[in-house]
Design a protein around this ligand. Structure first.
Ligand code: MN
Length: 483
């Protein structure tokens, strides 16, 4: 989807045509400037002067399927009771920028006309009051409109709004149910549908097996060609790789035909599937599908959304699981039994076929590789019973210091901030899952915007985190309303 954002600039008739003409000229220049500098276009709309025009502009944003949010700004003074009717109908994320067309005060020429035109310091406070009074989910960013820091912050907000748009149309394919007895992968699917827009639908493994059986040898050959293009094949057991190709063709076609953006498997329920999908799941993640293991539909959904948010950014985004610590280097090692996303790779991934103790089936083909070093985040969503909570941890991924010749899966090593010990204590106190989404491109501020737009609790673990403050934050959040 080619998303855009509507720029809605407020004023009133009091100023007269000449001033309103200048407001339109300036806001047109600004919209073009933003569009040049940001990932997503900022679409100019004519200045709104009264309640009816404001309501119409907001209705147009609501009804435009390409519009992922609105950006408001008050060049002049726009009495904010005029905004109540429109803003109470707003269905898209709101960014209020407090900026000014003119950068510096023209000391020699400034007069009352200039001051009345350039009065966003005044008008944006009136606008901010009504968005605060209405308790609207919103972001306020201040700075001169040509300032690069403002552009970077607007880009973060845009990305989060695109995540919300993707979330609201997401369909998640459940192949089987959650892993037996596991708590953290469970959750309220109806509430997730209401709050996030996720349509989470179950299909039996038998339904998938029927589709797998229908895949032709030509389709398998075409998929094998794809594997050869992206990966190194380091096994003689080509039949095992072809089986993953067969499963992938079936899953991919079904998801594309039915409009699914994410899926999960469950190794406890494979029925007549000969292998747990490993390479198949990994290559689907490479193409942008969300995935998680063990019936974890929440992480699969978040994986899809974050992949879409990060689509144009360098570095990978995909499913991750906390696995093993290295206390000597104070590192956490993440991996999964097979399904580590190849977008994390620092090299051309290698296809291997190795036995897998879990799942009780034939040795599955999977991709192995060494991961990229660099700053990243881990994000997870858990269901606290009365609300969803997002937890984000800042991490520094490091190069693998030693070969691990006996480990037949890809992995990522990271130093969590503020330290391995404090990060682990904070994540566990917050009830964070062992499943998460790792992203090199996105940052915590972007995810905070995303959570705020969806009225979801947000817990950030980073360089600033101390355990006493975090405990207090969690305690306070238990007393807030998240409905
Ligand atoms: Mn797992």
């Amino acid at each position: 989807m080619n998303y855009n954002f509507h720029f809605i600039v407020g004023s009133q008739d009091l100023y007269g045509d000449d001033v309103l003409r200048q407001v339109n000229e300036h806001s047109k220049i600004m919209a073009e400037g933003f569009t040049q500098r940001l990932r997503y276009a900022v679409q100019w709309t004519p200045v709104v002067r009264n309640s009816a025009e404001i309501e119409a502009a907001i209705a147009a944003a609501n009804h435009d399927p390409h519009c992922a949010g609105i950006i408001t700004w008050m060049h002049t003074f726009s009495p904010s009771k005029m905004w109540i009717r429109g803003l109470t109908r707003l269905q898209k994320p709101l960014l209020h920028i407090n900026t000014q067309f003119n950068k510096a005060i023209p000391w020699d020429s400034i007069d009352m006309d200039f001051m009345n035109l350039n009065q966003s310091a005044h008008g944006d406070r009136e606008h901010g009051h009504i968005t605060a009074r209405l308790r609207l989910p919103r972001t306020v960013l201040a700075g001169h409109w040509e300032c690069e820091i403002l552009h970077q912050r607007m880009a973060q907000w845009q990305r989060a709004a695109v995540g919300v748009a993707e979330s609201r149309c997401l369909r998640v394919l459940r192949v089987s149910d959650n892993m037996r007895d596991v708590a953290v992968t469970e959750g309220d699917k109806v509430e997730a549908h209401i709050k996030f827009g996720w349509q989470v639908d179950h299909y039996g493994v038998g339904d998938m097996i029927t589709l797998v059986q229908q895949v032709t040898t030509d389709e398998i050959a075409a998929q094998m060609e794809q594997y050869r293009e992206h990966y190194e094949i380091a096994t003689d057991d080509i039949a095992a790789v072809e089986y993953q190709a067969r499963v992938q063709v079936a899953l991919q076609r079904f998801m594309q035909d039915e409009g699914f953006g994410a899926f999960h498997t469950n190794f406890q329920d494979l029925q007549q599937l000969q292998q747990l999908p490993g390479l198949a799941a990994q290559d689907l993640m490479r193409q942008g599908f969300g995935f998680a293991g063990e019936g974890d539909w929440k992480t699969a959904a978040l994986c899809r959304i974050m992949k879409r948010m990060a689509a144009d950014l360098p570095g990978g985004t995909g499913f991750m699981e906390d696995y093993t610590y290295d206390f000597s280097r104070r590192l956490n090692m993440g991996a999964h039994m097979l399904e580590v996303c190849p977008t994390f790779s620092a090299e051309k991934p290698v296809i291997r076929v190795e036995p897998l103790g879990i799942g009780d089936r034939e040795p599955p083909a999977r991709l192995t590789f060494k991961a990229t070093a660099g700053n990243a985040i881990l994000a997870t969503i858990v269901d606290m019973g009365d609300r969803f909570r997002m937890i984000v941890n800042d991490v520094q991924c490091v190069q693998q210091p030693h070969d691990m010749p006996k480990l037949p899966v890809a992995c990522v090593l990271w130093k969590p901030l503020p330290s391995l010990e404090t990060s682990a204590e904070a994540w566990i106190l917050a009830g964070g899952a062992h499943h998460s989404v790792l992203s090199y491109g996105l940052d915590a501020e972007t995810m905070r915007h995303f959570a705020e737009m969806l009225n979801m609790e947000f817990v950030h673990i980073g360089a600033h985190t101390t355990i006493p403050a975090l405990r207090q934050e969690l305690h306070m959040n238990d007393h807030l309303r998240w409905g």
